[in-house]
Design a binder for this molecule. Structure first.
Ligand code: SF4
Length: 352
């Protein structure tokens, strides 16, 4: 298995370099790290670049004060100019509605604070654990259920990872480690390669799952260094992407996914059902079709977790059920995402 994967790597590196070059916009700095550094983090620049009026800047500042804006250039290029309703802009544009505090919307909607047996480790479900491999993201999604997560208390150094790794070593019922964050791929590859090496030395672990949005928002993140550790691990790899709208998948994303596939990863997608972004049948059908064109299988469609600051994105469960029932008339079964809600304390996601 390892030999076959290494052979793929050589081919991957050559193809990755030429694909990344051919899709690079002249405005986009060359490496993913530079793109991350130069991401837009000022609401005024976001509004100016997208031709939005000063009225929008005023409300954007309210949301930005609660949760910083962050939009990388490669994502910005997919947003329509001067259209406040653009479905990609809606995901990243801070708004005054984020200051509302309706009942039931809280800072830790999944009660993750109750499931942290070691720094950087969350253990909610049997057989698998989640590691906060990076406190950072390449984009700040306004509906994020971890927008209030205490990352400063959960960003272990190498020495501090030992407690979490000891926990994994001692529990032989664990078969899967999930790298999460933030976005785990916001960490550098030296750190990730080290962490994966530690995980693969634990004999009872079989799978490495990576929950990430980075190959979508900065496709150049799928570079030689990442493919190096991903290809050489003995663990079976699953990359769960996070895409909510077909417009997020441009050719650079398709190419990044092809590189991940050639490295041996299974590609799945989870979406969040979001008011005004993807809450209609045609949009959800187009998303599934486009995902499959990028070699990604739809996995979950989550209803919104009730996180403070995101209530304006909510779609009630009954409406979500009706939408998904109607979606079945438009898609083959293998392109249907499972509609789920995460309920704190339950042993798995709850199908709706
Ligand atoms: S990339 Fe993921 S973790 Fe980061 S803000 Fe978006 S949804 Fe949240």
């Amino acid at each position: 298995m390892i030999t076959r994967r290494r052979a793929f790597l050589q081919e991957n590196i050559i193809i990755a370099a030429s694909e990344a070059q051919s899709h690079r916009d002249a405005r986009v700095p060359s490496t993913w790290q530079q793109q991350l550094t130069h991401a837009i983090r000022d609401p005024q620049i976001l509004c100016e670049r997208l031709g939005l009026s000063r009225d929008w800047l005023a409300v954007a500042r309210i949301g930005h004060d609660l949760f910083d804006v962050c939009v990388p250039e490669a994502y910005l290029t997919r947003i329509a100019h001067a259209d406040i309703n653009d479905p990609l802009l809606r995901q990243v544009m801070p708004l005054g509605d984020e200051a509302l505090t309706p009942q039931g919307y809280v800072v830790d909607p999944l009660e993750e604070a109750d499931h942290r047996p070691a720094k950087g480790l969350i253990h909610k479900y049997a057989g698998r654990v989640l590691l906060i491999a990076s406190p950072n993201c390449a984009i700040n999604c306004r509906y994020c259920f971890r927008r209030h997560f205490p990352y400063s208390d959960n960003s272990p150094s190498r020495a501090q990872w030992q407690e979490a790794l000891d926990y994994l070593r001692s529990d032989t019922t664990l078969h899967e480690a999930i790298l999460s964050g933030g976005d785990p791929l916001a960490a550098n590859d030296r750190q990730l390669a080290w962490l994966v090496e530690q995980l693969e030395s634990i004999a009872h672990l079989k799978r490495l799952r990576i929950h990430t949005r980075l190959p979508v928002v900065i496709p150049d993140r799928v570079d030689d260094a990442l493919l190096g550790w991903l290809t050489s691990t003995r663990l079976q790899t699953v990359v769960v992407l996070h895409i909510n709208h077909a417009n997020e998948i441009d050719q650079a994303v398709v190419d990044a996914c092809a590189r991940l596939k050639r490295a041996g990863a299974t590609l799945l997608n989870q979406s969040v059902l979001l008011r005004g972004i993807n809450d209609d049948v045609a949009t959800l059908a187009a998303l599934s079709e486009r995902l499959f064109e990028a070699a990604i299988l739809p996995y979950y469609l989550h209803v919104l977790d009730p996180v403070q600051g995101a209530a304006h994105f909510d779609v009630p469960d009954d409406e979500a059920r009706d939408l998904v029932a109607a979606l079945r008339d438009h898609l083959p079964g293998f392109l249907m995402p499972r509609l789920v809600r995460e309920i704190p304390g339950k042993g798995s996601k709850t199908p709706l």
